[in-house]
Design a protein around this ligand. Structure first.
Ligand SMILES: Cc1cc2nc3c(=O)[nH]c(=O)nc-3n(C[C@H](O)[C@H](O)[C@H](O)COP(=O)(O)OP(=O)(O)OC[C@H]3O[C@@H](n4cnc5c(N)ncnc54)[C@H](O)[C@@H]3O)c2cc1C
Length: 406
């Protein structure tokens, strides 16, 4: 990844303040991609990008993730959109690793891994199972992923879990304990600035910013009133077990979920998928259950020292991942807002710092949230689309400014 030369200024352009709300894998990837594109477009002197977040690495949900690429929980309408985001992310992870394996692994946390995925063929209690469908094989095969069904001999290892169907997938892992710091360094390199702040209402950002990429994850429920959002709680135990190099996910007939997923310098053991559970507290009972299930799968894990136990809420959304533009109309007097989804209107970029308005104004927002149990799996593809939507708006805003419109 070569440094881009500094951008030449467009003297006629007025500065534009863009906020990225959120510093999980989605926010950081969106900020980095936008900053890179802004520099390529020669907008770097005119566009100031600030990441605003309540929590940063290592305190986000993204830090809980095992970071394995597997699109089991990618829900989009149309379905092809999520498949494209997943595949763009997989291709990026693969090419990143192929071009410089050492840097990819050590600095970005990105490395290849074989995943053994076994899932029950029984219907059972679906509320405890992964959502939406546990059998990913047909989808992965159609997408041209490197996936094969297990042989009868290989299946023997998983007979204890009931009537299971298993496949082997050549996949990639992005260890977020390295990916997030790398994305942060990348953002800094492009001149992105950071601010720790809790935002009460999205509209409040309109006093300072011209546009926002909204990557607030599960908080979309309280921040936007998006009633489609729901938590899918998980708990994981990070252990030191350097001999583990293969990932395994087993969804048994009794509904229990067991997984062992290697990271750069630890192994993630899980897990749970508890839809509707809002608790971020760690449960000792669940830790014991995770360790017991993983040791049953790999007895040697009984000797692995426990490094950390974490609980996290996957940002689920009944209507699927949300990636779209919206023009929020801000009413200065009442501080309320009306929305015009999909509006192409590009407001004039006013000034850096506090925006001054005499009348109603608008805030351009690109939403990028609701990535459920697959935020790492789609982060790159979603960042490309979010940055594209923001760049289209910036192009229009700058051309309106140049023509004296807006
Ligand atoms: C146990 C577990 C295992 C997982 N394993 C995997 C896996 O193997 N592979 C995979 O692809 N995915 C996995 N996931 C899912 C993945 O973690 C999420 O999809 C992903 O983290 C979502 O990223 P995000 O950036 O949208 O959200 P987050 O990481 O939650 O980031 C949201 C950001 O927005 C900020 N924010 C929110 N509200 C406000 C506000 N009002 N004001 C200011 N800032 C705000 C937060 O502070 C934070 O910085 C797992 C999740 C869990 C819980």
């Amino acid at each position: 990844m070569a440094d881009s030369p500094p951008a030449a200024a467009h003297p006629s352009m007025t500065p534009c303040n863009v906020c990225i709300l959120g510093a999980g894998c989605i926010g950081l990837a969106s900020a980095r991609t936008l900053a890179e594109r802004v520099q390529e477009r020669d907008y770097a002197q005119q566009v100031k990008i600030t990441i605003v977040a309540e929590k940063f690495h290592p305190h986000t949900t993204s830090n809980v993730a095992a970071g394995i690429w597997e699109p089991y929980d990618v829900k989009t309408d149309p379905v092809e959109q999520g498949e494209r985001w997943s595949m763009e992310t997989l291709r990026w992870m693969r090419s990143t690793f192929q071009s410089d394996p050492n840097t990819a692994r050590q600095e970005m946390g990105i490395f290849p891994c074989v995943l053994h995925d076994c899932h029950s063929k029984d219907d059972g209690d679906t509320s405890r199972k992964r959502d939406p469908s546990p059998d990913q094989f047909p989808v992965l095969e159609r997408l041209g992923c490197d996936v094969v069904r297990m042989t009868d001999d290989e299946l023997e290892n998983y007979r204890a879990y009931g009537n299971v169907s298993c496949f082997k997938l050549q996949t990639m892992i992005a260890d977020t304990s390295r990916l997030l710091p790398w994305l942060t360094r990348e953002c800094e390199r492009y001149g992105v600035t950071f601010r720790m702040q809790t935002v009460k209402r999205l509209e409040d950002l309109g006093t300072e910013f011209d546009a926002v990429i909204n990557c607030c994850g599960l908080s979309a429920k309280s921040l936007l009133g998006d009633e489609d959002m729901f938590p899918a709680r998980g708990q994981v135990v990070r252990v030191r077990a350097p001999w583990v190099s293969q990932a395994e996910v087993v969804l048994a007939s009794d509904g229990t979920l067991t997984y062992v997923i290697p990271q750069v310098d630890c192994v993630v053991l899980g897990g749970f998928y508890q839809r509707g559970n809002w608790s971020e507290e760690v449960s000792d009972e669940e830790t014991a259950a995770i360790l017991q299930r993983c040791v049953a799968l790999h007895p040697r894990l009984a000797q692995a020292p426990v490094l950390r136990v974490q609980a996290g809420l996957r940002p689920g959304r009944t209507s699927g991942m949300r990636l779209e533009a919206e023009q929020l109309v801000l009413h200065r007097q009442t501080s309320s807002s009306a929305t015009t989804s999909g509006s192409s209107g590009a407001a004039e970029c006013v000034s850096t710092g506090q925006r001054s308005r005499s009348d109603d104004a608008s805030l351009f927002v690109v939403h990028n949230y609701g990535h459920a149990g697959c935020g790492v799996t789609v982060h790159r593809g979603c960042a490309l689309d979010a940055a594209r939507l923001m760049l289209d708006w910036l192009d229009k805003a700058f051309s309106a400014t140049e023509q004296g419109l807006g």
